[in-house]
Design a protein around this ligand. Sequence first.
Ligand code: AMP
Length: 213
Amino acid sequence: MILVFLGPPGSGKGTQAKILSKEMGLSHISTGDLLREAVKNNTPLGQKAREYMERGELVPDDIIISLIEEVMPKEGGFILDGFPRTIPQAIALEDMLKRNGKELSKVILFEISEDVVVDRISGRLTCSQCGALYHIKYNPPKEDLICDLCGGKLIQREDDKEEVIRRRFKVYQEQTQPLIAFYRERNKLFSLDATQSVEEISKKIIEAIKNGS
Ligand code: AMP
C-alpha cells in the first residue's frame, strides 16, 4: 500500500497520516517533518531548506527528490505526507516506484478553502519534542502549552503565522493543484471534504482504500 496525501497546508493531512500509518502498519514519510528536523539540527539539508521554509515557499525539487530517494522504504507500505507538491516531483516519484517494481495505490485529496485553513492553522500548536499537533480552539492540550503525550513545550511554527499561511496557500494553488488533474487522469484520485471531523475523515479514507474507490 503506497498512499499520497495531497492538500493545502492545514487540511489535516499530517494528522491523518499519523493516525492511519499507525492503524494500518504503514511508514509515515512527511517531507515537512524531515526538513524541520534538518533545520533544527542545522544539517547541510537544513541550511539549504531553511530560507524557503521561513518564506512559505517550496524547497527546490532536486533537493526534495534526493531526500525522498534517501528515505523511501525498500520494503513495506507507506504514506507520503506533503510529497509530491509539484509536477516534476510527481514524475520523479512515478519513476522511482517503477524502478522498484512498485506502483502508487491511491492519492487522497483533502479539500478545504483558504479561510478555513487560516482559522485552523493560525491556532495550531506543535510539540517541540514529538511533533504532536494541537489547536487552541478545536483540540487544546489538557495543560496550557504542554504536550499531553510527552510533556514537551508547545510552540507556534514560524510558517504557521497568518501572513505565511496565506502565502503557502497561494503556493499550493499555483504549484501543487496541477497534481489533481495529473492523478485524476491516472485514476488514482479520491477527494474528501477536509472540514469533517478527524474521526469521520479517517473512516472515509479507510473505506475508500478497502473499496478501491
Ligand atoms: P509541511 O509541513 O508539509 O507543510 O511543509 C513545510 C514546508 O516544508 C513547506 O512550506 C515547504 O517549504 C517545505 N516542503 C515540505 N515538503 C515539500 C515538498 N514536497 N516540496 C517542496 N517543499 C516542501
